[in-house]
Design a protein around this ligand. Structure first.
Ligand SMILES: [Zn+2]
Ligand SMILES: [Zn+2]
Length: 196
């Protein structure tokens, strides 16, 4: 048995690590007003995720998988999850979340994932070569890549063309379509900017 405090100030946010969990990822998030979970819209093809809102309110962006972003109208939407509520995302469903409060109200949420390890993480962006709908996050040495499991293509993400920031993530735009948004200047791009 392992027992721990749940105190992010003491470095106990990753409860799965602290408790030596073998089959379950457990992370506590404390998000200030306006702050988002660490990544934009993404899906784990090899993991289901549950978020339990402990305090405050979370807004999640949710986007089901489609065969083609060009052909199939995306049906993304936002879901508000209040304290004492929980939400589950199945493997393959895209999601991201944030603390929508504009005043002094922190969001505290527990993120649970099983199985614990995830290696197949996708973003809602089409392959520029073959139009497959969900590029995979990969690495090439120390660099991040976007890889196409369908055709084998590998692409290098570029910084924001507007302000050169590397803080780009996928989000839903006003039409509930997936776009790449710069976290610094707010510009939106139909697809993640890629290096030539
Ligand atoms: Zn491809
Ligand atoms: Zn920018």
């Amino acid at each position: 048995m392992e027992r721990t405090a749940v105190d992010p100030a003491a470095g106990q946010s990753n409860l799965g690590d602290v408790l030596d969990a073998t089959d379950l990822a457990v992370v506590r998030y404390d998000l200030a007003p306006g702050e988002g979970f660490p990544s934009g819209l993404h899906a784990h093809d090899d993991q289901e995720e549950v978020f339990v809102v402990v305090a405050g309110t979370a807004v999640f962006e949710h986007l089901p998988r489609v065969e083609s972003w060009e052909r199939d109208a995306p049906t993304g939407r936002e879901v508000t999850v209040a304290a004492s509520e929980a939400v589950r995302f199945a493997p393959g469903e895209f999601q991201t979340g944030r603390n929508p409060a504009d005043a002094d109200c922190d969001l505290v949420a527990l993120a649970l994932g099983a199985p614990r390890e995830t290696e197949d993480v996708r973003v809602p962006a089409a392959c520029p070569d073959c139009d497959a709908p969900a590029l995979a996050l990969g690495t090439d040495g120390d660099a991040s890549t976007l890889d196409c499991p369908d055709c084998g293509g590998s692409f290098e993400p570029a910084p924001c063309p507007g302000c050169a920031s590397h803080d780009l993530g996928m989000h839903l735009d006003d039409d509930a379509e997936p776009v790449s948004r710069c976290g610094d200047c707010g510009r939106e791009f139909a697809a993640p900017p890629l290096a030539e």
